[in-house]
Ligand binder design. Structure first.
Ligand code: DPP
Ligand code: ZN
Length: 864
């Protein structure tokens, strides 16, 4: 496998000005003819000498090739591994190729493939080379014209990017449609869909009064699950106009939902292709969380039209340029549409449970990676979510108006270009007249900074806040320079009231942004109080770990009353993490009581909304606890976490019972809290409360409640045999996305026979399909990421299960196989028995024949 390095970037010696494609769709193959107008690139130093031109192509059968209408003989070109090499003789020429491809056999779900009888595409990152020979790199922006020909009956819809230019009938019951996209684009944004689908139509009038036709295509019979996605699309379009002044640019915006899709969705110009999971939703089939997911992903892909499509990436090392920024934008949108603190907590949970883990593992990379073997392995929580945190820090440092100025300058300078992260930072810097030399370390350095904070009292009302930052080594970077870290800070008195204070010579305030730039830095604080409790890193103002030696009582105080909702939740998480991760093998009675009392106060707080209550009374996830640790004693952690849950379930049993019985589940927050109460009740006593769950699953009028009941039932002692699990299946067997939930609910059962059950029943189930990423995710990823007790079973059976699936998928769908293999990446934190077991699975994987680059890169790094 070849490693590609960012530092080796060179502009392409050739450009493709126009791309004309003709697709002839047949039942077992497709013919693709391409006509490319090629020019040497004035920006490339080599181009004057007309070097050989290397076009990417994978799994293509080249049938014809000519230049300027002259057919090439075999000696005029070379076919090497995944490359077509020609020798240009003029600085401008037209290259024509005809290739045969086999989309019906394409299980990688990359390039052109079929899903549920329709043709569709996924070209990002490097899938276009599976369609035709091309310069498959994002800086090559070309105007596309596309003609699609296919059977009229089977494929009444023939879609591609841009606007339809003409259509007509052909012989043999075939027809064609021609599309033209006026915006030059990189080939990763190319899309094609052919099939017979239902369509929900609507219209959006832009801020300048232009009418845009909106079309949402779904499998026949699913129109009743489309309205929410359409509403979300219109809300996103309006939001981007209001917040960023960005208007949609084509007359048509299409979204197509397909069942077999490697990612969540794809922002192809004018023709988004979505995983059905992020389109289909109505109350009967989708949970409140699913609705949020649809709204978020619809917005995300729409926002890409400006941050990704109009301004795209020069090369794939710059992926965070569009992804970090677009995640930031979808997060701000969701905060405006939903509850802001709840959204922020959800965002931070992802960072703590998945991104911190990645940053401390073998695949650690900066948000702008320096090298890769397989680009698909870098669609990560680091590039996406930490990337969004980096943008969020800019937003915090500049404020709303300053940030907007920077965005405006970025669009003004770079519309229609393929640019770098550096270009983005420079636009922000120059629009605001700031120097962000040091801030750039966030782009170049991997790893999670740790900030240790100490508070010292100097005299009456005089304090010092001493901060010290460090960042652990990561595989390619042994030592790090200090980061610029904004720490939003407040102070509370011993009763939890917010205090006024001064930092250095500043004004009196109740909240300040401390900006850390040195390894060690001290801030002088003036505050008229005897004892003060710092409330640090409010709203998670930087993607770091922060350590401060709070007493348990101080944490409890903060949990009960920090005016910053995020920090209030965080204090609870901090309190519980401290107890669960301490060295002592069990929890003391006092420890348990402190949490119990804190929970009780939260649950009885009439000011606090239900969603925040629901979040506050959930233990930190095992993943976030592991993500925060360098070494972890899993058995002790499982044990203590169970003890704590049992204690909270039992000691607050009447409170849970009363919430369950008195709270009307008439909005999402209330349903959430009520279902958390239900799960505690079943922990308190399965025998006593099973009936509640049984009753709920039978009478639920929405999927949120129905699924919550299924989850506790499937997790219970006789979960696998439960008649309710079977009934749920009978009821929903034809609703694919609901079945995914049914699979997931079962793999979370923590009893010892779960692995056998997964192997013999779920993986063999007629509705399971190894080729469908959603199914693999529901069963295998959910098991290995969320049933840690069984995944890490001391027998190693969980590891063997995951390894078997990685090996099985290696050929079928390398991208998904690579992603699954990352589930082993925390192994060096574990005990030696588990380390040995995982290592032997990794060694087994790396020695198989025909190992894909995707899996190789992940496993090889993990073994180093
Ligand atoms: N489809 C993926 C996303 O939108 C990759 N661009 O994040
Ligand atoms: Zn994206």
């Amino acid at each position: 496998p070849v490693v590609k390095f960012r530092k080796n970037y060179k502009p392409s010696p050739y450009l493709i000005k126009n791309t004309e494609l003709i697709f002839q769709l047949f039942e077992d193959h497709v013919l693709v003819s391409a006509s490319l107008n090629i020019e040497s690139n004035p920006k490339s130093a080599e181009s004057v000498n007309l070097p050989p031109m290397e076009l990417d192509g994978v799994a293509l059968e080249l049938l014809e090739i000519s230049i300027d209408d002259k057919e090439l003989s075999d000696s005029d070109y070379q076919l090497k591994q995944d490359l077509l090499i020609i020798q240009p003789t003029t600085a401008q020429f037209n290259l024509q190729t005809l290739c045969k491809i086999y989309p019906q056999k394409n299980t990688s779900l990359e390039g052109l493939y079929t899903s549920g009888g329709k043709f569709c595409t996924q070209c990002e990152a490097e899938g276009f080379r599976k369609i035709t020979y091309y310069l498959d790199r994002p800086e090559i922006m070309s105007a596309f014209s596309v003609r699609i020909e296919g059977d009229q009956q089977k494929y009444p819809l023939l879609l591609s990017n841009g606007n339809p230019a003409s259509r007509g009938d052909l012989t043999d019951g075939r027809h064609f449609v021609e599309w033209h996209d006026p915006f030059p684009k990189p080939c990763y944004l190319f899309a094609l869909v052919a099939g017979d689908l239902d369509c929900l139509e609507d219209e959006f009038t832009t801020m300048n009064g232009r009418k845009v036709k909106l079309e949402l295509f779904v499998d026949k019979g699913k129109l009743d699950q489309c309205q929410f996605a359409m509403d979300s699309l219109k809300a996103s379009m309006r939001w981007d106009e209001e917040k960023f002044g960005r208007e949609y640019d084509l007359d048509l915006y299409m979204v197509v939902a397909v069942s077999d899709f490697n990612m969540g969705a794809m922002e192809n110009k004018g023709l988004n292709i979505f995983n059905t999971k992020y389109v289909l939703a109505n109350e009967k089939t989708a949970t409140d969380a699913d609705f949020e997911g649809v709204e978020r992903v619809i917005a995300h892909e729409y926002f890409h039209n400006w941050t990704g499509n109009r301004v795209t990436c020069r090369d794939w090392f710059q992926l965070s340029l569009k992804e970090g920024l677009t995640v930031f934008r979808d997060q701000k949108f969701s905060e405006d549409m939903q509850s802001k603190p709840v959204q922020r907590i959800d965002q931070v949970k992802i960072i703590r449970s998945a991104q911190f883990a990645e940053d401390s593992g073998p695949m650690a990379h900066p948000i702008r990676p320096d090298s890769y073997i397989e680009m698909n392995n870098f669609y990560t929580v680091t590039v996406y979510n930490k990337g969004a945190e980096v943008i969020n820090m800019m937003h915090t440092l500049l404020g709303e108006a300053g940030f907007r100025k920077g965005m405006d300058l970025y669009f003004e300078r770079h519309d229609g270009q393929a640019v770098t992260c550096e270009d983005f930072v420079r636009a922000m810097e120059e629009a605001n007249d700031v120097d962000w030399t040091q801030f750039r370390n966030w782009y170049s350095q991997a790893g999670t900074p740790l900030v240790n904070v100490k508070l010292t009292q100097l005299g009456a009302g005089q304090f010092h806040l001493d901060c010290e930052q460090s960042c652990p080594p990561t595989p390619e970077q042994q030592s790090k320079s200090p980061f610029m870290i904004p720490i939003k800070t407040g102070f509370l008195d011993a009763a939890g009231n917010s205090l006024k204070f001064k930092v250095e010579q500043g004004d009196w305030t109740d909240e300040a942004l401390l900006i850390l730039t040195e390894n060690k830095q001290s801030f002088k604080i003036e505050c008229d109080a005897e004892q003060i409790i710092p409330s640090l890193l409010r709203d998670f103002s930087a993607p770091i770990k922060l350590a401060y030696e709070y007493s348990l009582t101080q944490l409890a105080t903060q949990f009960a009353s920090d005016p910053n909702s995020f920090n209030r939740w965080d204090a609870g998480q901090n309190l519980m993490s401290r107890l669960l991760l301490s060295n002592s093998p069990t929890l003391s009675a006092t420890d348990k009581e402190i949490v119990e009392q804190a929970f009780s106060a939260i649950l009885h707080d009439e000011q606090l909304d239900n969603a925040l209550k629901a979040l506050a009374v959930q233990l930190p996830s095992l993943n976030s606890l592991i993500g925060q640790s360098d070494k972890v004693d899993l058995d002790q952690l499982f044990n203590k976490s169970n003890q704590l849950k049992q204690h909270l379930a039992k000691s607050l049993e009447p409170v849970w019972f009363s919430i369950y019985n008195t709270l009307a589940g008439d909005n999402a927050g209330a349903r959430w809290l009520r279902n958390v109460a239900l799960s505690y009740l079943l922990i308190a006593s399965e025998a006593q409360y099973f009936e509640l769950a049984a009753n709920q699953i039978t009478h639920a009028t929405n999927m949120t409640d129905e699924l919550a009941a299924l989850q506790v039932i499937a997790k219970s002692k006789n979960g696998f045999e439960s008649e309710y699990v079977e009934q749920f299946y009978q009821k929903w067997q034809n609703e694919d996305l609901v079945l995914d939930k049914w699979f997931s609910a079962q793999v979370l059962n923590e009893q010892d026979n779960v692995i056998d059950y997964i192997r013999s029943s779920l993986l063999e189930h007629e509705k399971f399909s190894i080729g469908n990423p959603n199914k693999v995710h529901s069963v295998i990823s959910t098991f290995s990421a969320n049933n840690l007790v069984q995944f890490h079973h001391a027998s190693g059976a969980g590891y063997a299960l995951l390894a078997d699936l990685v090996i099985q998928l290696n050929q079928i769908n390398p991208q998904i196989a690579g992603r699954l293999a990352t589930q082993f990446n925390q192994w060096k934190k574990l005990d030696s028995n588990r380390q040995t077991l995982i290592k032997s699975q990794l060694s087994k994987i790396i020695s198989i024949d025909a190992l894909s680059n995707d899996v190789f890169e992940v496993v090889d790094k993990s073994l180093k």
